[in-house]
Design a protein around this ligand. Structure first.
Ligand code: ZN
Length: 274
């Protein structure tokens, strides 16, 4: 699942290589394309986007927003969606569902293994599901506001961090990383955290994401369909030594909802399902 650090670098690359270009053709490849494309304008996805000039590309939470003249394309890649920027001659990856041919000569492709992501075409971003409810960006909130917002929640801290309406852009992987840096057990209840621990969480959120952005920039380069995660400290590192203390990294959960943490560095919390 792309999260804030990956999407931020995708945005940087697209900013450099796509903004200013015009879409010469937009191709929806059935059957997957019909599932991921949501035309909220009802005016025709390919029809509206053909000859449209990309004026701006921004990121908000886990959405990438392409801005055209009074028109937006909001891409939410969810768990398995990726964008790929390449030459038209490059072999298509399996599960390529949408292809934009750009006046720059590149193709921008949307690839999604499980077709869980969405590409919303709209004239009004408020109509995009889950978009208006997004909380603040992690780098755009003060320590005081972060802690005040946090106090409104009572559940487990990892669950709170991954709620887009609390704070935007953090998913399963980076929640694990932030909590490891903050030395907080992922299943501790927010109500159990003292002021110093909430403060630590704020600091770790910003530093973890900032460092990850720098690392992803180096590892991803122009290959925006990649998801470099090898450098992470704990997420998907079950059984490997904790980089801080050497204790084997613990694993709870399965499939897409895996939680990894270090029992030694992140003490406390009742371990569910064990
Ligand atoms: Zn440790």
């Amino acid at each position: 699942m792309p999260e804030l650090p990956e999407l931020e670098i995708v945005r940087e690359v697209l900013q450099r290589r796509v903004v200013g270009a015009t879409i010469d053709a937009a191709q929806i490849i059935p059957p997957g394309g019909a599932i991921v494309v949501r035309d909220l304008t009802n005016e025709g996805f390919a029809r509206l986007l053909t000859h449209a000039r990309v004026n701006a590309i921004t990121r908000r939470g886990k959405f990438l927003i392409f801005g055209f003249d009074s028109l937006y394309l909001a891409i939410n890649p969810k768990l398995t969606g990726r964008l790929q920027l390449c030459a038209p001659t490059e072999k298509r990856m399996p599960k390529t569902h949408v292809i934009f041919s750009l006046s720059s000569g590149d193709e921008l492709r949307y690839v999604d293994q499980k077709r869980m992501g969405q590409l919303y075409l709209t004239r009004d971003l408020a109509r995009v599901p889950d978009f208006s409810a997004l909380g603040p960006e992690p780098f755009a909130i003060s320590r005081e506001d972060f802690i005040a917002r946090l106090r409104a929640y009572r559940g487990e801290i990892k669950g709170i961090l991954t709620r887009g309406e609390f704070i935007a852009g953090i998913g399963n992987a980076y929640a694990d990383e932030i909590l490891w840096h903050a030395r907080l057990h992922p299943y501790r209840k927010r109500t159990q955290l003292n002021a110093e621990e909430m403060d630590r969480l704020y600091v770790a959120m910003q530093s973890t994401l900032r460092d990850a952005i720098d690392q992803v920039r180096v590892e991803m380069g122009e290959q925006i369909h990649l998801k470099p995660r090898e450098f992470l400290a704990v997420h998907m590192k079950s059984g490997e030594p904790c980089p801080r203390c050497g204790t084997a990294i613990s694993l709870v959960g399965a499939n897409q909802r895996i939680t990894n943490f270090c029992r030694h560095c992140q003490p406390g919390g009742l371990i569910r399902g064990m």
